[in-house]
Design a protein around this ligand. Structure first.
Ligand code: NAG
Ligand code: NAG
Ligand code: NAG
Ligand code: NAG
Ligand code: NAG
Ligand code: NAG
Ligand code: NAG
Length: 234
């Protein structure tokens, strides 16, 4: 497995470089010099979206959103088709990333559901917890994975793990088109978490379809606790 820590280190380095250069990017932007061609890029196995973004001089998050990727961090597969969006003045390499905010607090249970999460390529227990806005301990208490080492180690793909659920709580769950963005964008808009959208749509993978329409996903929205007295059940 790729070391998750190495990946994060790389990301942090990348982000600090990117942020440092953003003001100059804006000042020197010549609109008529932008490359407005949209092409398809065929990824190599284990190539990261950030490497591709560097190669084609686009923002990793702009690419992730244009392709309706669940998450820019999901490892790419051999010959995966990546639509390259038109170039923009301020490439966005960071706002789609699911990262721990300073001073963030996390919950002991998931509001509304679902009951299980299916592990994706690149997942660790710590990352799954972050995506579900859960503490690592809360997730470990139901995931049944205590014996598998550090929460930062990669987990096997395609495993079903149980989630702690808040009772009573609910989300409104309904099919909706996923037109643009990543799950993080959708989660902020809908009032849910990217992890819940992943759990509800375990087989989702983006495709290089034309922009405009979108695949239909099970979207959870307006997730709330229904009482001040919450029990964690699983
Ligand atoms: C991609 O990563 C996987 C898991 O770490 C590894 O087994 C595989 O050999 C890698 N493939 C290439 C082409 O580097
Ligand atoms: C902007 O880009 C166009 C096309 O590349 C070029 O012709 C023009 O001179 C540039 N303008 C400036 C102010 O650099
Ligand atoms: C414009 O960007 C595409 C990638 O989408 C690239 O294939 C093409 O070579 C670029 N064109 C120019 C003139 O740089
Ligand atoms: C984002 O990444 C692109 C491509 O690597 C780079 O050219 C650009 O300076 C970065 N922009 C920002 C705002 O971080
Ligand atoms: C986080 O908490 C520390 C200590 O309470 C505080 O000094 C800091 O400003 C907070 N940071 C943010 C981004 O809220
Ligand atoms: C995460 O959970 C905490 C504790 O319940 C809550 O205060 C916070 O708003 C939640 N954050 C998100 C992004 O859902
Ligand atoms: C909270 O809910 C639990 C389970 O439904 C119940 O057993 C308990 O009495 C409730 N506590 C209060 C203070 O209402």
């Amino acid at each position: 497995m790729i070391s998750q820590n190495a990946l994060y280190t790389f990301l942090l380095l990348f982000l600090s470089l990117s942020l440092g250069s953003s003001s100059t990017t804006q000042a020197s932007c010549n609109l008529s010099a932008l490359n407005t061609t949209s092409t398809i890029y065929y990824a190599k196995e284990n190539q990261t979206l950030f490497e591709i973004a560097n190669t084609v001089n686009r923002g990793a998050c702009d690419i992730a959103r244009y392709n309706r990727m669940a998450d820019a961090m999901i490892p790419l597969t051999s010959n995966e088709e990546i639509l390259i969006p038109p170039e923009v003045c301020q490439p966005d390499n960071s706002t789609c990333l699911i990262v721990a905010e300073p001073n963030a607090t996390y919950a002991d249970c998931v509001m509304g559901g679902p009951h299980t999460y299916t592990t994706l390529a690149g997942d660790t227990i710590a990352y799954i917890a972050l995506k579900l806005n859960l503490t690592v301990d809360a997730l470990l208490s139901t995931a049944g994975m205590q014996d598998m080492g550090s929460p930062y180690d990669g987990v096997e793909t395609g495993q079903s793990i149980k989630l702690p659920q808040c009772s009573p709580s609910q989300c409104v769950v309904r099919p909706e088109e996923f037109v643009y963005g990543t799950y993080k964008d959708a989660a902020i808009r809908l009032g849910t978490t990217p992890g819940q959208l992943m759990a509800y749509n375990p087989t989702y993978s983006h495709s290089a379809e034309a922009q405009g329409g979108g695949p239909v996903l099970t979207m959870a929205r307006d997730c709330v606790l229904l009482s001040k007295n919450i029990t964690v059940i699983s």
